[in-house]
Every structure is written in structure tokens, then in C-alpha cells.
Design a binder for this molecule. Sequence first.
Ligand code: RIB
Ligand code: CA
Length: 309
Amino acid sequence: MTDKPRIILDCDPGIDDAFAIVTAARWAEVVAITTVSGNVSLDKTTANALRLRSLIGSNFPVHAGAHEPLEAAPLSAGHVHGECGLGGLDLPHSPEKPDSSDAVEFLVETTRKEEGLHLVPIGPLTNIALALQVDPDLSKRVSSITFMGGSAGGLGNVTAAAEFNIYADPEAAQVVLHSGSPVTMIGLNLTHQVQVGTKETETCHSIDTPVGSAMAYLLDFYADFYRSHLGTDTGSMHDPCAVLAVTHPELFTFEKRYVTVEVKGQHTRGMTLVDERGAGSDSEPNCRVAYSINPEKAVSLIMQAVAEV
Ligand code: RIB
Ligand code: CA
């Protein structure tokens, strides 16, 4: 029995989700992966999770979840991750099927059988919200719900105010944030501190394994996006930051804050409003918000995971 934290990774692979899966496989005990519609449709995020599981030679279960948000129309980030979700990566399709098509039931039942798990959602929060609606006591059984999404300070990427995972399903994010769960938010304010570029692509290329080659390809594809769409030489490595917040919390600083989601605003729907008033706030904190990270160490751990997984 290792002392690695035991996690369920809820994801929408997704290029940075792929790095999060590799990071989790190296630094955590992955109890299972659950998939959700997000970057691309559920059938594609699920197929990608199965392909990535085969690539890294793992055998954790994969359970498919929600094919659409609670209320919003499904969104896509194909322009970032490619139409298939992994930039057209030439990975053999896994002959395996998901272990179930009911990730929500799996989340409820597994957290009943084993208390103390960390749920690490790195896509829209639809599955987590549905599980909390089925069984609100899930909030008391988990060690954390550590999600990549939102932002302190009003940063957005899909709109000026909203980050993709929250914008894709604001109602789900609101359920999770107000569930009484031990929630930690890894927002854009944090993940923008963790940048990858040519150096990391070359590092992955130098790791002469199928995983190294695949991750180098994904970084190359991601570079095309941020160079052409953002005009930058590097891109944020969002999703692995949520995994590292569980496996290496010493790299981060966190503050307890009241966080709520704008679900109605004409210009701000999907914004995570973080109350920075401190003692002046009239709301009890409901979330641990990440504010800083040691970016060099974070990138080094992600690259080490690519080499060693
Ligand atoms: O805003 C970044 C998030 O949206 C990441 O989880 C990325 O995979 C996309 O889902
Ligand atoms: Ca994601």
C-alpha cells in the first residue's frame, strides 16, 4: 500500500487532460477515471480516456458520464484540442469499452465503499453535481473535490469573464460550490503560472517511449493553438495543476474564500465570483482557492511523469 493519495479523475480529454492522466498515474493512486462531455463530445472523451489508458499501460476503470450539461447546451473546444480531442494523435483505438456508462452511480457507490477519496474534476462539473444531487452526503465522504476551473480575479478564456469548464456548465459548478463539500478551486489565476513551450516539447521528444512521443505530439498541436489564437510562445498547462494540488500541495498557496457562480449575467454567465473582502465579507468561505504555485517544480513533475509513467 503506497501513501499516494487515492483519486478519481473526472475528465474531458483533451490535451491537458492527457497530461493530467499521466501526472495522476505517476504521482497518485488512480481509483478510476470518469468521463464527461466537455472539450469534445462524451463518446470522444471516453474513447480518448480508453486510448490514453492503453498508452500508459494502466488498468484503472473508465466510467462514462454525462453527455450534456445540466441546463446549458453542450459546448466544444475542438479549436483548441482538435475535432477528436487529442489533436488527431495517431493512437490505436482501444478495443475495450468503458466499464460502465453510469459514472454518476459509480461516484456515489465508490465513495460509499471508500471514504477519503479525492475527486479531481478537470472538465465541466456535470458528473460531480449529478452525484451530489443523487446523494448529498457524498460531500461528507470525500477528502476533497479539487477542480480545475474558474478563476480568482475575474480572468476568463471562453469569455472575458468565464473559464471553459465553468462556462460549459455553470449550474453544475454552482451545485458543487454550495454543496458543503471540501472544495478546492484551481483556477486560471493559478494555471496561467504554469506554462509549457518548445523546451517541454523537446523534453518529451527526448523521452524515447510511446508516451514521450505521444505527449510531444500533443504539445506540438497545442503550440499551434496558442501561437495562432493567443499570439504567445507558451501555453498554460491547466489540468495537471489540479492533480498536483492533491499530490504535491506544498507547491501551492491557498486561501479560504467565498466563491459563487454567475448563472444569469448577460456578459458574465459562468464567472466564478471570489469574495476578496476578507473580514469585511458577509459570506462564510466555501472554497479553498489556489493563488500561487512553484511553476518550475510543477513542470518538472509533469515531465518526470511523462518519462516514468
Ligand atoms: O479552461 C481550461 C479547461 O478547459 C481545461 O480543463 C481544458 O481541458 C478545458 O477543458
Ligand atoms: Ca479538461
